[in-house]
Design a protein around this ligand. Structure first.
Ligand SMILES: [Zn+2]
Ligand SMILES: [Zn+2]
Length: 399
């Protein structure tokens, strides 16, 4: 709500009292109207509702001695025609010098601004400058600088890249900084200037003494700056729609389904606001050999019956090259061995391990010689591995 709204309203008329009404008269008139117009008394009646607001507003000003006095004073000035047409008192008016737009007649100017100036709250002499034909509001035409939107994209990494970390090139479409003007919105060789109406604040505080209202600066659209010569590529907005490529470092050890945030890599902000963030949803392609369990890599390695029984040194791959794994004699199928430090990196901490699970493979086909050797082995077997089942072998006695 701008100050102009206030001084253009006839609060005495709204309450139905005369200009010399006493405080008691004003309160009485207000209470009577408020009862009649209160939304609770007339639910859904839009007209009553807006009148109720007007009445409350009028009361809040007229019931306050200080506000009422100033309201009366300003109303008197307005009523005298001091602000109308060419009758502007150029001489004694603060700031009313050369900067004031010459052709005041016919040109709409903001009473709120004039009043702010009168009461010493304006932005100084420059405040009278209205945007010329080349003057533009900032992008978005909303109040103030705005942060750019966050953007999401996805990337699929190879298993090895996810473990090692990798720099990827992401293609993102949408709003991007204009390359012609570098996002400033100003034609190359020119630059945006600070809005002198609001001194770059984007807000105009209109006469704090009476009604402390801040509203977005209309000169610059709340952006705090003006672009005298807009960039032609982006029409002064500083952003264009184009695909862009972003190089991003995906940290080592990233897991499938992770969401990596690249701050400031989203859409550019407007009017000097910060850029949004870019969120990268990471997919990791499965590996033909390795699996993943947290920070550990997993793999299954077949070993022969003989290796399991006799023990062996077997060579297994890791992501850092092959290593030798010692399988002790008498290893059971399904046993897991730990190769320390060959898992995924873990920030500053120790990396994970490679967990190797062995599966004892049973030969499906035997040569004659192998069969003979195994038969000899079986004949010598005295392991008694099923002895513990004997006691359960007896058939229950018939009752
Ligand atoms: Zn541009
Ligand atoms: Zn401004």
């Amino acid at each position: 709500m701008s100050q102009r709204d206030y001084f253009e309203k006839d609060y005495y008329g709204v309450l139905g009292v005369t200009k010399d009404a006493s405080n008691a008269d004003i309160s009485k008139a207000y209470r009577k109207l408020a009862r009649k117009l209160h939304p609770d008394a007339r639910p859904g009646d839009k007209e009553s509702e807006s009148r109720f607001k007007e009445v409350s507003e009028a009361h809040s000003v007229l019931s306050n001695a200080e506000k009422r006095k100033e309201y009366d004073e300003v109303r008197e000035l307005v009523g005298s025609g001091a602000f109308r047409g060419g009758g502007f008192p150029g001489g004694g008016f603060p700031g009313g010098g050369a900067g004031f737009p010459g052709g005041a007649g016919g040109q709409a100017f903001d009473l709120g601004d004039l009043l702010g100036q009168m009461f010493g709250q304006g932005g100084g002499e420059g405040a009278w400058t209205t945007p010329g034909p080349a003057g533009r509001r900032g992008p978005g035409r909303t109040a103030g600088a705005r942060r750019g939107r966050d953007v999401e994209t996805a990337v699929t990494l190879s298993f090895a890249d996810a473990i090692a970390g990798v720099t990827v090139t992401l293609r993102v479409s949408g709003r991007a900084q204009c390359t012609t003007c570098g996002g400033s919105g100003a034609k190359p060789g020119t630059s945006p200037v600070t809005c002198s109406t609001c001194n770059g604040r984007g807000l105009v505080t209109e006469n704090q003494g009476l009604f402390g209202f801040s509203s977005p600066c209309t000169t610059c659209g709340g952006t705090g700056r003006l672009i005298p010569e807009p960039c032609q590529t982006c029409d002064g907005s500083g952003v264009v729609n184009r695909p862009r490529e972003i190089k991003a470092r995906i940290p080592a050890g990233v897991k499938d389904g992770a969401r990596v945030r690249l701050s400031g890599k989203g859409e550019p902000g407007s009017a000097g606001g910060p850029a949004g963030d870019l969120f990268v949803n990471v997919h990791v392609a499965p590996h033909e050999v390795f699996g993943r369990r947290g920070e550990h890599l997993t793999m299954r390695v077949p070993i022969t019956f003989a290796e399991a029984a006799l023990g062996a040194r077997i060579t297994v791959p890791t992501l850092d090259g092959p290593v030798t794994l010692k399988v002790p004699p008498g290893t059971e199928s399904g046993k897991t061995f730990r190769v320390k430090g060959h898992g995924a990196p873990r920030g500053n901490g120790k990396p994970g391990d490679l967990l190797v699970t062995v599966d004892v493979a049973v030969p499906k086909r035997l040569t004659k010689t192998q069969r003979k050797a195994l038969e000899d082995f079986a004949a010598m077997d005295d392991s008694g591995i099923r002895d513990h089942l004997e006691s359960a072998m007896t058939a229950p006695e018939q009752g």
